[in-house]
Write a protein that binds this ligand. Structure first.
Ligand code: NAD
Length: 298
C-alpha cells in the first residue's frame, strides 16, 4: 500500500523503516531535512511538508509527532493535512497526546470525510526498531480492521480500546500506573537496603510476594539486582525521565478535564519534575531512585 508518514524522529524513523521492509511504498516528511534524506535513502519518497504527503497517492497517513500542539498544527493548521488530504484517506496518529485533543482532531477529520484512529504505542525505541510495539487504538471498529495489517508491520500487540481517544486513555492510564509503581519500587528497595538488607535478596522476596510488579521484577531500579536493565548501565537507554514527566502531565491534565482526582499521579509528576529539574531528563525513568539517596547515587 502507498502510505504517508509524518514525523521521523526517534520513534517515527524506525517505524517507517519497518513499513518499507514490509514492502509498502512511503511518502514521508519531517521538519528535519536530514531525517527525510535518511529515509529516502532507504527507499521512501521525500516530501517537504504534510501537504505534500497529503497530495501523494497515500491511502493511509501515519503521524508520529512530539505532542498535542504539533498534532493540531499538522492536522488543523493552515495548509495542514485536513485542508489538503482527499476524503476517505485513513489517518492514524501514533503520537502520545491527551485524549480530549485526540477526540477533537478525530472529530475534525470525520467532518472532513476522513476516518481517524488514535494509536499511541508502548515499547520505546527498541520496540520501534524491532517492530514489536504495542498499539493502543481508539476509533471505529471497521477503521481498526483496515489499519490492523499496517500496524502489524510495526508492532506485535495491537489492541482496539474503543472509540476515538480511547487509545490515548489506555496509554495515559498505563503510564500513570507505571510512574507511580516505579517510585514505589524505588522507595521500598531504598528503605530495605538502608535498613541493612541485600538488594538482590530483598527483590527476590518482593518478587515472590504481594509487592511484586513489573517495576520490581522486570525493571528493578536498584543497581545490581537485574542484568540488562538501565539500572545496570548507569540508567542509560530505556525510557527517558522527561518522557515519563510528559506522560504524567497528560494524566494530570486529562484528570482535570473530567474532574477525576489523580493524587498519587500528581505526586509522581512532582517527583519527576524535581528530578528532571536537577538535569536528569535524559536518564531512564528508573533513575528516580536517586532521589532516595543523599548523594543522588544508589
Ligand atoms: P522525536 O522528537 O524524536 O520525533 C518527533 C519528530 O516530529 C521530529 O523529528 C520532529 O522534527 C517532527 N515534527 C515535529 N513537528 C513537525 C511538523 N510540523 N511536520 C513534520 N514533522 C514534525 O519524538 P519521538 O521520541 O519519536 O516520540 C514521538 C511520540 O511518541 C511522542 O508523542 C512520544 O511521547 C511518543 N513515544 C515516545 C517513546 C520513546 O521512547 N521515544 C515511547 C513511546 C511513545
Amino acid at each position: 500500500m502507498h502510505i504517508g508518514f509524518i514525523g521521523l524522529g526517534n520513534m517515527g524513523a524506525p517505524m517507517a523503516r519497518n513499513l518499507l521492509k514490509a514492502g509498502h511504498r512511503l511518502s514521508a516528511c519531517d521538519l528535519s531535512a536530514a531525517a527525510v534524506a535518511a529515509l529516502a535513502e532507504a527507499g521512501a519518497s521525500a516530501c517537504d511538508s504534510p501537504a505534500a504527503v497529503a497530495h501523494s497517492e497515500a491511502k493511509l497517513i501515519v503521524t508520529m509527532l512530539p505532542a498535542a500542539a504539533h498534532v493540531k498544527a499538522v492536522y488543523l493548521g493552515e495548509g495542514g493535512l485536513l485542508e489538503q488530504v482527499r476524503p476517505g484517506v485513513l489517518l492514524i496518529d501514533s503520537s502520545t497526546i491527551d485524549p480530549l485533543s485526540a477526540r477533537e482532531v478525530a472529530a475534525a477529520a470525520r467532518a472532513h470525510g476522513n476516518p481517524m484512529l488514535d494509536a499511541p504505542v508502548s515499547g520505546g525505541t527498541a520496540g520501534a526498531a524491532a517492530g514489536s510495539l504495542t498499539f493502543m487504538v481508539g476509533g471505529a471498529a471497521e477503521d481498526f480492521e483496515r489499519a490492523r495489517p499496517i500496524l502489524a508491520a510495526m508492532g506485535k500487540n495491537i489492541v482496539h480500546c474503543g472509540d476515538a481517544g480511547n487509545g490515548q486513555v489506555a496509554k495515559v492510564a498505563n503510564n500513570l500506573l507505571l510512574g507511580i509503581s516505579m517510585i514505589g519500587a524505588a522507595e521500598a528497595m531504598s528503605l530495605g537496603v538502608a535498613l541493612g538488607m541485600d538488594a538482590r535478596v530483598l527483590a527476590g522476596v518482593i518478587n515472590s510476594s504481594s509487592g511484586r510488579c513489573w517495576s520490581s521484577d522486570t525493571y528493578n531500579p536498584f543497581p545490581g539486582v537485574l542484568d540488562d536493565v538501565p539500572a545496570a548501565r548507569g540508567y542509560s537507554g530505556g525510557f527517558r525521565c522527561d518522557l515519563m514527566l510528559k506522560d504524567l502531565g497528560l494524566a494530570s491534565e486529562a484528570a482535570r478535564q473530567v474532574g477525576q482526582p489523580v493524587i498519587l499521579g500528581a505526586l509522581a509528576q512532582q517527583l519527576y519534575q524535581t528530578f528532571v529539574g536537577q538535569g536528569h531528563e535524559a536518564l531512564d525513568f528508573s533513575a528516580i531512585i536517586r532521589l532516595y539517596n543523599k548523594d543522588n547515587h544508589p
